[in-house]
Write a protein that binds this ligand. Structure first.
Ligand SMILES: [Zn+2]
Length: 380
């Protein structure tokens, strides 16, 4: 599948702009009791709820899981694959482990409070408490695309010749026969008033075209020639890369992100943008699988998707502070009625719920009870 021909750049820009981070952020300490109380307000029964989570495998996703265990009174089912992808083949097993269903799915991104940057996270258990990329899975997926973009930024040149604007392009960036790579959208960059893109001049490995009027502003201060650099906007290119088959536990993250890659590689915070995209695409994909899943029919079900922001911990902190930014929620009642609630609606619903949860368990007490309980003899 060639995403160059599929994506609509206007739609993508709009979709990305809809997901607001700053004014919709919730602390997990408050979010979990509020969503628990919301489930109960819908008729969920305290001791019949089977919570489930689809998180990445990182240790920094642990504190939200502990809070879920505390507030729902049971350890949550594992519905997740690396990168924050939902294992949709586990819907039926999940449904068979309880009556009322709660599912949370989240992608995650690291955050450094000192410089307000996204994408890195302090690993306090490494020798020198080093920072590393978070989410690492997402970073590994976008790396190839970032490399291609860097190459293009430095091999597309803007040139002024005798008062006229030209763009000099490496042949590889316009060769549609290449198996994979970045391809320029020539209709945005070069002039085709003759009905075709006719090079003004051909060099051994590149061609020079008259620049389109749409990019004439890039030549305002130009004397001579310069690489296009950061002026190579997402609207000006796309990536060609085939994914042979799409498998949930293997390349679903890349599949989810692919059409959005130009915006991800051009973003100031590529890992934040990638995580937001993954949440949006994954919710759209997953809620449809939930609707179709027979094992969920006739049940109370709440499925919420969002972004986990892992605030880098201080060296003396045991658990990091994790913030949750909801994106969308699917709510189903046993009579078959269902609805989707968008970001603003979720925040308003949760604000009406109490942060007090009288049903929560005391984990220390539970562990102490386990220590003092009579050992069961396991016999073959
Ligand atoms: Zn991760």
């Amino acid at each position: 599948m060639n995403h160059c021909s599929l994506q609509n750049s206007t739609d993508i820009k709009y979709t990305l702009g809809e997901y607001d981070i700053e004014s919709h952020m919730l602390s997990y300490n408050e979010f979990i009791p509020r969503i628990y109380n919301y489930c109960k307000s819908l008729g969920f029964e305290m001791n019949k709820i089977m919570p489930s989570r689809a998180f990445c495998s990182d240790e920094n996703q642990g504190y939200p899981i502990i809070l879920m265990a505390k507030h729902f009174g049971i350890f949550p089912f594992n519905h997740g694959r690396v990168g924050g992808v939902m294992a949709t083949v586990r819907h039926a097993p999940h449904a068979s482990h309880g009556e009322d269903m709660f599912i949370i799915q989240a992608s995650h991104v690291g955050y450094i409070p000192e410089d307000h940057s996204f994408g890195q996270y302090r690993r306090i258990r490494t020798e020198h408490e080093d920072h590393s990329l978070s989410c690492g899975k997402m970073a590994s997926v976008i790396e190839w695309y970032q490399h291609e973009y860097e190459f293009a930024k430095n091999t597309v040149f803007l040139q002024k010749l005798d008062g006229e604007n030209f763009i000099v392009i490496d042949n590889q960036l316009i060769d549609k026969r290449i198996e994979e790579g970045l391809l320029l959208r020539m209709n945005r960059l070069a002039d085709n008033s003759n009905g075709d893109f006719i090079p003004h001049h051909s060099y051994s490995t590149s061609k020079c075209y008259k620049a389109s009027s749409a990019i004439s502003h890039l030549f305002d201060q130009l004397e001579g020639k310069r690489p296009i650099g950061d002026d190579l906007l997402p609207e000006y290119f796309c990536f060609k890369r085939e994914l042979e088959s799409i498998i949930e536990g293997v390349n679903m993250v890349e599949h989810n992100l692919q059409a959005y890659m130009p915006w991800i590689v051009c973003s100031n915070s590529p890992l934040l943008t990638a995580a937001k995209v993954n949440v949006q695409v994954e919710f759209d994909r997953t809620f449809r699988t939930i609707v179709k899943e027979k094992a969920y029919h006739g049940r109370h079900l709440v499925y919420i998707a969002g972004l986990n922001i892992d605030i880098s911990p201080d060296v003396d902190q045991i658990f990091p502070t994790t913030m949750f930014v909801p994106w969308a929620m699917y709510v189903q009642t046993p009579d078959g009625k269902h609805e989707i609630i968008e970001q603003q609606g979720i925040v308003e619903i949760l604000e009406q719920q109490s942060t007090e949860n009288p049903d929560q368990i005391d984990l220390d007490e539970v562990i102490s009870m386990m220590e003092h309980s009579k050992a069961v003899k396991v016999e073959e």
